[in-house]
Design a protein around this ligand. Structure first.
Ligand SMILES: Cc1cc2nc3c(=O)[nH]c(=O)nc-3n(C[C@H](O)[C@H](O)[C@H](O)COP(=O)(O)OP(=O)(O)OC[C@H]3O[C@@H](n4cnc5c(N)ncnc54)[C@H](O)[C@@H]3O)c2cc1C
Length: 229
């Protein structure tokens, strides 16, 4: 769970979920989703407690919510270049496509390893890669060699339910209510303009107190978007 975070915060996140009565199964992958539930198997034998679980199993359910990520844009498949398992382009460290030094790939379509870990598909990575590519394009125009990209991690936060979060900001690590307050403060801080900040703060406070979701998207069979106030 939350592989980008250090162990202490991962355990805190798991604890927060358990307090919300969520039963988390780590070390398992879903192998099939159908109308009556999901089938799963352990990622490697021995990770699940108890012998019978080691083979995997099935959870009957009529409602299944998928939050385990999606594939990259199908555009990448048409490029004829090396891709990873979810269709992202395995770029050079200069963010160029292998064999095509004048083609750059950034953000969610880019698969790049740094210090033995894949860079996460988050906005910070996409922004830094975009800026770096722009600098490399200017260097190429000036006839200079391209520079390797290095991601600077300024910190990661994740919200868990109402009033709990985990925050990993280098030496500063926090979990629980304080981390959640910090998440709120930082997101408001980065908004542009006092009026925006005030409006968002008001909307969040209203949603928190009334337990209402302002917008609900229902897609699929009816092919339309519903807005429920
Ligand atoms: C629900 C959700 C929540 C998230 N929350 C966070 C968060 O809290 N913090 C965080 O850091 N990151 C978050 N992310 C991830 C973050 O949004 C992405 O990592 C980031 O937007 C990637 O930027 P990008 O420019 O690569 O892609 P995008 O922002 O997806 O931009 C790609 C653009 O290209 C367009 N496009 C696609 N195909 C074509 C085509 N063939 N021709 C022309 N245009 C095309 C798309 O319409 C889109 O506008 C979240 C993502 C999701 C889905």
């Amino acid at each position: 769970m939350l592989p980008a975070f250090p162990d202490s915060l991962r355990e805190a996140a798991l604890g927060s979920l358990e307090r919300l009565e969520v039963e988390a199964r780590t070390g398992s992958v879903v192998t099939e989703v159908d109308a009556d539930g999901v089938s799963w198997r352990p990622t490697s034998v021995g990770l699940q407690p108890g012998g019978q679980d080691a083979k995997g199993g099935r959870i009957e359910a009529q409602t299944v919510l998928w939050a385990a990520g999606i594939a990259a844009s199908p555009l990448t498949a048409s490029l004829g270049v090396p891709l990873d398992g979810v269709g992202r382009v395995r770029t050079e460290s200069t963010l160029t496509v292998p064999g095509h030094p004048n083609t750059f790939v950034v953000g969610d379509m880019c698969a790049l390893e740094q210090d033995g870990r894949w860079l996460p598909g988050v906005a910070q990575v996409a922004k830094q890669e975009g800026a770096h590519s722009a600098r490399n394009i200017l260097r190429a125009i000036a006839g200079q060699s391209l520079e390797r990209f290095r991601y600077r991690d300024y910190g990661t936060m994740a919200v868990i339910g109402r009033g709990r979060a985990v925050a990993d900001l280098g030496p500063f690590k926090a979990s629980g209510f304080f981390a959640w307050l910090f998440w709120l403060f930082l997101h408001l801080f980065w908004l542009i303009g006092f009026r925006n900040r005030l409006a968002v703060m008001g909307e969040w406070a209203w949603a928190y107190v009334t337990l209402q979701r302002r917008v609900r998207l229902i897609t699929g069979g009816r092919r339309e978007t519903e807005k429920v106030e």
